[in-house]
Design a protein around this ligand. Sequence first.
Ligand SMILES: Nc1ncnc2c1ncn2[C@@H]1O[C@H](COP(=O)(O)OP(=O)(O)OP(=O)(O)O)[C@@H](O)[C@H]1O
Length: 382
Amino acid sequence: MITTTDLTKVYRSRGRDIAAVDGVSLHVEPGEVYGVIGRSGAGKSTLIRCLNLLERPTSGTVTVDGQDLTALAGRGSRAGRPLRRARTGIGMIFQHFNLLSSRTVQGNVELPLEILGLTRRERRRKALDLLDLVGLAERARAYPAQLSGGQKQRVGIARALAGDPKVLLSDEATSALDPDTTRSVLRLLRDLNQRLGLTVLLITHEMDVVKTVCDSAALMEGGRILESGRVHDLLATPGSRLARELFPFGGEAGADAGAAEGPVTVLDLTFHGEGAARPVVSRLARAHDADVSILGAALDTVAGRQIGRMRIQLPGRPEENAAALAFLREQGLTVETAGPPIAGPPGTLLDKPPAQAAAPDAEAAPAPGAPGTAGSAREDVR
Ligand SMILES: Nc1ncnc2c1ncn2[C@@H]1O[C@H](COP(=O)(O)OP(=O)(O)OP(=O)(O)O)[C@@H](O)[C@H]1O
């Protein structure tokens, strides 16, 4: 539904060129919720503004619903007619809602309908339908100042849907909202995505947003995409920074490992699926007479599916534990041999260089299983 090819946006500032977006190639499937996550300055806002040609890219292409927008003339408010028409198929919502304070809720939703040339009656009917869709029909006559943040964002969403778009772009739409309101707005986005078949591309600095609502995600840094893919595939990818950020292992992973005598093997296990818990670790201990230490564990729901992660330690070098690794893989777990124990709080990996290329020793395979303790906390990578 959205494809960018080698998209680049260079700003010239104080005699220096800044590549805010640097060769980004993304592919967003129809009907998916796709999150681009990164810290402040990563280039997310510039990227999203290039997608609907609010900013004209320096080079590269943007195709939305089969149409190459970069081939159409103009940008921002100076877009030519074909680009303006194409833009009606792309709704956008903003962190600070961007509502007109002098207009009622209904008036705000009617604004794009006026521009589209609907009659007063058509506008009224459509605006009320849209407000109903976002659960705000009874506040149609209120003014923005009389609404909560979550209600304002719902108005923003209703307004963004006025042109019956196939694509909704969300520019940090929940960043100004508290966690409960964030969840309810994300639920609404997911609901609209499913009911209307709407493709949603959102940018965010909050891992929790990706974890709650995204089917796919990309990690952006320094204008580039470092990693991207389906969230569940990323969770099964050894060395994935996004997976580690999305779902840290929990506890003080690695805290005890340094105390071990002699060489050890530290393994990161990922359990997929919602089947009954299988006591894989105790079976491993029995079958291989292994002294297994659990260094950290967490169970959580990511993109609607239950996932468990666990870090364990076995005595001996990895080559001495080959049979144990094979046993774990036979159980359908994704197994990654961790390097030296990783200490430090979750949420710090985005500050580090990209992960090494995937180690060859892990496989994605759905399997039931349920390790340890509570899920991870909200992660803010800004
Ligand atoms: N109009 C501009 N002129 C010059 N530099 C710009 C302009 N807009 C953005 N930049 C620079 O491009 C880089 C990316 O900025 P951008 O706002 O896209 O990042 P971001 O990930 O959205 O961060 P934030 O969440 O803080 O908005 C930054 O270094 C920023 O200073």
